[in-house]
Design a binder for this molecule. Sequence first.
Ligand SMILES: C=C(O[C@@H]1C=C(C(=O)O)C=C[C@H]1O)C(=O)O
Length: 415
Amino acid sequence: MLSVQTDTRISIFEGLQIQELWQASKILGFPSALWRLPHTNEIKLLISVRDGIRKCLPELEKMSPGFVMSTFYWECEQEVLFLEGDIILTFSEDNRITNHDNKLGEEHTEVKRLVQLAESLQAEQAADELPAGQLQPVTGPLDAKSRFERTVELAVAAIRQNQFKKVVLSRTKDLAYTDGFQPAQAFQKLVKAYPHAFVSLVNLPEENEMWLGASPELLVEQLSDGTFKTMSLAGTQGARDAAGALIPKYDIRWGEKEIEEQALVSRYIIECFKKIRLREYLETGPKTVLAGNLYHLRTVFEVDTVALHFPELASVMLKLLHPTSAICGVPKAPSLQFINDVEGYNRSFYSGFLGPAQVGGDTNLFVNLRTVRFKEGIATFFAGAGITEDSVPELEWFETELKCDTLLKVIGSSF
Ligand SMILES: C=C(O[C@@H]1C=C(C(=O)O)C=C[C@H]1O)C(=O)O
């Protein structure tokens, strides 16, 4: 048989790398998401080239492949952002395309535009090295520390008056970034530094912002083999000694405060299972786990949804779980009200949830923690800490500093 071959590439994306595809889709205003699941080597790049970002109810088992993102303030009947997976590319850790899924076909105008732009960016980048950008402190309110500590004092007082048992208070840290900042490069640094984290970078053109993060906390996972998973993650201590060396896990001891704080989250998850009369779950932990520069306590909960004939468990649990007591408090309603009244800023997507839905048949949604928003020249880092009766305000402040450092220490040089 005679065949005429003009292009020997398997797909038009072959030879292109994450950096230029990310940049091209950003320039063209396509919503996009890059992510790497914990303990895997594959990086996925999803680009929505059609109608901007859709909104939908997170009925996870009914969705087409895409990427979900929700703000912290989300109630079960509300819609969340959904980036449709028009193009989903898989890369190996050394930046080679290993799989491509293009719903629109290679002749689609927008797909062609994307590839052409990525190719010209690739040529430009080879010709001249981009200048490095810089990250500088913004002269913000000088009293950020005392303001946060004051909110902790108020929370401890409210707990002593039995208004609630635990509340998670958060704050932000702003730094200015210059044009040389390369988000896809920062993403790749996080991928290398934190193999146990869900590392993600999302571009939301309508909001004119990007979110980069390395989350240690799974909210709901539903795998194609029927396994459902969630976890309780709380209790924090620094993982390095004064000389910067990693403290071995077996030397880590937990105080009563952290043990109780994490147990509250586990109890909360079990209460959610009880609401739907689910008794067959496997509980593993609490165990000490490393998350970047920190140690946490973690218990994992697993359910076989095939055996239970419960394929929609992840959607049901998402509604029941969010916001969990790892990021909100116990009981939920008064601690949420306290956050609203006292925290003094809008959490936006911080401590919301995000992740791929139905990509390769799997759904993996994480809590949006250890995260930074890039918007109009300002990089805003977000971090919180669980406050209980025994909290010491200054120690809680240092905990939020350590949490901001998780990203800052790694991506500082991508500017
Ligand atoms: C709130 C954050 O983290 C959460 C709070 C923790 C704590 O209070 O010890 C630990 C892990 C997370 O569940 C954050 O990273 O901003």
